[in-house]
Design a protein. Structure first.
Length: 280
């Protein structure tokens, strides 16, 4: 790929990152209100597709700085739940609030991302023809178009932020490597890093260890647990061993609503969970 093709690739709009989205702007003049220590409220959410209820009176509360794991069989409503939170899908009924005052059901996807909710999809989406450092640099320029972002000089504060994120995602030594040459796991970490550059309050992470080696899985567990506290992290995952390694609280979805919630031991010993999900 030549330099012009690389530039065209960079300027593609069909990316999940809000910093390349047209019309990106702040969601609200109101500051995020987490005075009650709950950062995400999902209450009575129902979503139907051609008569099928993908979500059915879903209720979920996420505390500020919490790491929560969401599990459930295929079709339980996990993806639709994330779609509602990020503005991709509008609910038929119910409420979804970011903090006390920010109504997610009235905001666009771009507004929600700008407000501080980032989503990491299962398949990593990075800029393959740019270095790890450049990927993070592009992610930083949320309110500029691509041309100035590519040629703008970084301030010392911006450079320090990139270096800090490189340390967090364990890619400091790979900062000059093209993203296309990273392993699958490293691409996943890079995309998480690109979200971190936008300083989100909430991170939604979809099946982060799919296709990873055992070592990458362990390092991903370390990464996600390190993010909790400064960020609220919601992880959707099928691997029970991985969930056990990171989660204090696990929520089990079934047929679009919460079936059980508690520690990993509690949900694994719940007879309802065993019947519908664990298959014992």
């Amino acid at each position: 790929m030549n330099s012009m093709d690389s530039l065209k690739e960079t300027m593609r709009r069909d990316r999940v990152f809000n910093f390349l989205a047209p019309g990106t702007h702040a969601a609200s003049s109101k500051e995020l209100d987490i005075s009650h220590d709950t950062i995400l409220y999902v209450e009575g959410i129902t979503v139907s597709f051609d008569g099928f209820k993908a979500l059915n009176d879903l209720n979920l509360h996420i505390s500020n700085g919490e790491l929560r794991c969401i599990i459930g069989p295929n079709g339980a409503g996990k993806t639709t739940m994330m779609d509602v939170i990020t503005g991709k899908t509008r609910p038929d009924e119910g409420m979804a609030f970011f903090g006390q005052t920010m109504d997610l059901t009235k905001l666009t996807e771009y507004e929600i991302a700008s407000a501080g909710i980032g989503r990491k999809f299962q398949k990593p989406t990075v800029f393959p023809e740019h270095s790890v450092f450049e990927n993070l640099e592009l992610a930083m320029h949320t309110n500029k178009n691509v041309w100035p972002s590519l040629f703008a000089r970084l301030s010392s504060e911006q450079h320090d932020q990139i270096m800090q994120v490189l340390d967090v995602i364990m890619l400091h030594s790979e900062s000059k490597i093209l993203a296309k040459n990273l392993s699958h796991g490293q691409k996943q970490w890079l995309e998480i890093g690109m979200l971190l550059m936008q300083k989100p309050k909430v991170l939604l992470v979809d099946e982060p260890i799919a296709g990873m080696t055992h070592q990458e899985t362990e390092r991903t567990a370390e990464l996600l647990t390190s993010l909790a506290g400064e960020h609220s992290v919601i992880v959707v995952e099928h691997d029970m061993e991985f969930v056990r390694s990171i989660a204090k609280t696990v929520t089990v979805l079934h047929e679009g609503h919460v079936l059980a919630e508690g520690s990993m031991d509690e949900v694994q010993n719940d007879s309802r969970v065993i019947e519908v999900y664990l298959g014992e």
